[in-house]
Write a protein that binds this ligand. Structure first.
Ligand code: ATP
Ligand code: RIB
Length: 311
């Protein structure tokens, strides 16, 4: 299927956050001021950067992850996990004197979540670190980043990718305004609806605004837009195509990291050289599988499962 095979192992660089997720299962997401009793408590490897690196590695890519963790037990455990997934962790900086990234997550019975992040060491990944790891970009077919690290660091990554002629994929999460200098270096941008509304300076939006939002982001940087719409799929806007690509139907258990699995698998598939439509299909398969399982990194599927899963 798709022309992307397990043997290809295309090289990609992922730059971003590494967190440990402290997850409580709750009947519903608490309202402001509300205290509710949860059920299970789980400690799970997470962080948007790390989730995308793990998802890409399991989806068949040869991944180098550029990140920053502390020398605490969370950071040590994270490094061990990345190595177990076959990720090159030699560009992960260890920063003493702070804590590794932590996310507090509520997961409700319908699979929805709310997340607060204490970035800790993630805030210590600086542009000079990226320039220091420039040599690692050689031979990469895709560079992928998100926004849980400083914006200047993301800009440095885009600059290095741009200078080396490597496609740069930006998952603009968590939502933030994107400087034009950055957007002009992004090859593909993958906001969800809320992030697209922030980028296009909208306070309110509805489903009917989606084509308009995708159009505005596209016109701003000439960037291919993949606007992710949860269970509905992806709205794609390129130079020669615009429209909805429906997602796969599954029973959602936990949607945490659906976007991360989508981005990791998309980057792996695109790095293999296959067509955008086929890469989006591969990524939607991977993301749909991930929502049927609890947790961020544990939910990311492997190459064979993505290809063979019976929806
Ligand atoms: P999250 O913040 O939950 O990690 P996100 O908001 O960044 O995700 P979404 O648009 O929710 O991103 O999801 C990304 C992709 O994952 C979707 O385009 C779709 O392919 C897949 N997906 C997400 N939720 C579901 C679902 N309930 N059923 C099937 N596929 C889903
Ligand atoms: O996208 C999901 C991730 O967001 C979680 O793993 C959490 O760590 C936060 O970074």
């Amino acid at each position: 299927m798709h022309g992307y095979t397990k043997k290809m192992k295309p090289k990609i660089i992922v730059i971003g956050s590494s967190n440990t997720d402290m997850v409580v299962k709750v009947p519903h997401i608490p309202a402001p001021g509300e205290t509710i009793m949860g059920t299970d408590f789980l400690t799970i490897p997470g962080g948007k950067g790390a989730n995308q690196a793990v998802a890409a590695a399991r989806a068949g890519a040869d991944v180098t992850f550029i990140a920053c963790v502390s020398d605490d037990s969370f950071g040590k455990q994270a490094l061990e996990n990345y190595r177990k997934d076959g990720i090159d962790a030699s560009c992960i900086k260890v920063q003493p004197g702070t804590h590794s990234g932590i996310a507090l997550i509520n997961v409700a019975e319908d699979g929805e979540n709310s997340i607060s992040v204490a970035p800790g060491a993630n805030s210590w990944l600086f542009p000079e670190d990226i320039y220091g790891f420039e040599g690692a970009f050689d031979g990469a077919k895709v560079v992928l980043a998100q926004l849980e690290i400083p914006m200047e660091t993301v800009e440095a990554a885009a600059e290095v990718a741009h200078a080396k002629g490597i496609p740069f994929i930006l998952n603009p999460a968590p939502g933030a305004a994107i400087p034009e200098s950055l957007l002009s270096k992004v090859t593909i941008i993958t906001p969800n609806e809320t992030e697209a509304a922030i980028i296009t300076s909208r306070k309110n939006f509805s489903e009917k605004d989606i084509p308009q939002m995708a159009g505005e982001i596209f016109e701003n940087g000439g960037t291919t837009v993949l606007l992710t719409l949860g269970s509905k799929g992806v709205y794609l806007k390129t130079f020669d195509f615009e429209g909805l690509i429906p997602g796969y139907k599954v029973k959602a258990v936990d949607t945490t990291a659906a976007g991360d699995v989508f981005n990791g698998a998309l980057s792996a598939a695109l790095a293999s050289g296959i067509e955008l439509n086929d890469a989006v299909d591969f990524a939607q398969r991977a993301a749909a599988i991930s929502v049927t399982r609890m947790g961020a990194q544990p939910s990311a599927p492997h190459f064979d499962e993505i290809q063979q899963y019976n929806f």
